[in-house]
Design a protein. Structure first.
Length: 509
């Protein structure tokens, strides 16, 4: 264990980000080049190794946080990496992207500052690669079974790696031109440089996982063909049904979905084009939506040289302290500042967010392009417009970042595999991650299509496609659990861990 009095001797000191003025001039990660050691080892020593580590419950992966904290504080990075990878396939992703609900569930957070778990996790993961502690782990023998994984986001990649390592032949099908899903095209490089993703994909190739890009399963490629070629299918296509903003003026040019904007910006980073056709350079940008995607748009717009950026959040401004309705150890809704918000404040001096604000309409010019947005303040609970609070702000570029409402509707994938939707609009599945079987009409279609087995038999749903949009740690946990269910279906039993069930949800009061 760590020093039992470490948290009394050492104050919390997160790893500092690079200066705002420096990082706004490039697309490197906000922590790029920052010295994580020995600061991280010292901070890991603040872990109390408490009798009941609630940080385990705060993270759906069940990360063995006190164990790798103890190894990190002693400088035993090999052992720390082994314990970290025991529950998490991609800690270099989660250490950069996860909002760290484990820290809010830390026992220290009851009345003090929690351990900097996220910083420690990233440091261990990076040190593991630097020291060669993360070699490929190909299976000792093959099972003779093959699995198709549709989608290459964190859930699909986690499922694929687990199934490959256990001995199945796995092919990952991705409709984009590169592997990675939202990790590739949805997350800006200043949060996750793509070299880390490429490095992990190379490891998976060395282990035996096959990758097929440009494969639109359910579109150009019939999903029933996968049923004939593989013994099981894992559907991990994410929740890509984008929420819309049905207000007057939505049809004007210059109004884009956030994911369209972020994808184009990432393609510039990949070298596909010299400049994005949808750029914030010199424009007054309004981002509609106060979540992480909106924050990603904010950081991207600032780096593109926006004239101004405003982010609209329909929710009221949270307080600085945990509300009584959200007691420890749940993840509380408190006032948080992302790195992008910090960057905007550094340039403008004020928070770029307008809280308790909603869009009433867009206004355009004679050419049919948006040039202004009319907004109103709203009541905290009913979200009804407050009288006499309307105002118009300039808007040359509007980005809609209202999240997603489940997997894409009405696709060929749904009909060809006989997938149905549950009450929340996600792909329906049972307690074992298996897809709910389709009705008689769906089965008849499959028979006519020549499916080699009953429709939805051997089909498993993983990640946001079955859960709805969530955090990267939930996606990886879903992929690991779905892999265990798939292996059990193929072999009758499994040694793979299943950290969560389909019905599990984050801690709530």
């Amino acid at each position: 264990m760590t020093d039992p009095h470490g948290f009394l001797k050492v104050p919390r000191r997160p790893v500092p980000a690079r200066a705002v003025e420096e990082r706004l001039n490039d697309w490197h990660e906000v922590y790029a080049g920052q010295a994580l050691l020995p600061l991280v080892a010292e901070q890991a020593g603040r872990c109390m190794d408490c009798g009941i580590p609630f940080c385990h419950s705060g993270c759906p992966l069940g990360n063995l946080i006190p164990e790798w904290n103890a190894y990190a504080t002693r400088g035993n990075w090999r052992a720390a990496a082994e314990r970290l990878h025991a529950t998490n396939n991609f800690p270099e992703f989660t250490g950069r992207l996860c909002p760290a609900p484990c820290e809010d569930a830390c026992v220290l957070a009851i009345n003090a500052d929690p351990v900097t778990i996220k910083n420690v996790e990233q440091a261990i993961a990076d040190r593991s690669w630097e020291e060669g502690f993360t070699p490929p782990h190909p299976p000792e023998r093959l099972s003779g079974k093959s699995v198709a994984v549709i989608g290459s986001g964190p859930a699909g990649l986690a499922a694929a790696q687990q199934l490959t390592r256990i001995g199945h032949t796995v092919a990952v099908y991705e409709r984009a031109d590169r592997i990675g899903g939202l990790l590739r095209y949805g997350i800006p490089a200043f949060k996750l440089e793509k070299r880390y993703l490429d490095r992990r994909i190379a490891q998976m190739r060395a282990e035996g996982t096959k990758f097929r890009t440009g494969m639109d399963i359910g579109g150009a490629v019939d999903a029933t063909e996968l049923g004939r070629r593989h013994d099981a299918i894992v559907v991990a296509v994410g929740a890509m049904e984008r929420r819309e903003l049905p207000v007057p003026g939505r049809e004007l040019a210059g109004i884009h979905q956030a994911m369209e904007y972020l994808t184009l910006a990432n393609r510039v980073g990949e070298g596909d084009c010299a400049a994005s056709p949808v750029t914030a350079e010199g424009r007054h940008v309004v981002i509609v939506g106060g979540g992480d995607t909106g924050s990603d748009c904010l950081g991207t717009a600032l780096r593109q040289g926006a004239a101004s950026v405003v982010q609209l959040d329909i929710n009221p401004e949270p307080g600085d302290d945990r509300p009584d309705t959200q007691p420890w150890p749940v993840y509380p809704k408190v006032y948080r500042i992302s790195h992008a918000h910090e960057e905007a404040r550094g340039r403008e001096g004020t928070d770029p967010r307008f809280f308790s604000s909603a869009t009433l309409r867009f206004e355009g010019d004679s050419a049919g392009r948006v040039h202004a947005l009319c907004l109103t303040e709203v009541e905290p609970t009913a979200r009804r417009p407050r009288p006499d609070t309307e105002r118009v702000i300039p808007a040359d570029l509007v980005l809609i970042a209202l999240g997603f409402s489940g997997p894409e509707r009405g696709t060929g994938l749904m009909t060809q595999l006989g997938l149905t939707l549950d009450a929340r609009g996600n792909f329906a599945r049972d307690d074992g991650f298996a897809a709910a079987r389709g009705g008689p009409a769906d089965r008849a279609r499959a028979i006519r299509a020549g499916a080699g087995r009953p429709l939805a038999d051997g089909v498993f749903i993983a990640g946001d496609a079955g859960r709805g949009q969530s955090l990267v740690v939930w996606a990886i946990a879903e992929g690991r659990a779905a892999a265990a269910a798939t292996d059990r279906y193929l072999t009758g039993s499994t040694a793979l861990p299943a950290p969560i069930a389909p019905t599990d949800r984050p801690l709530v009061a």
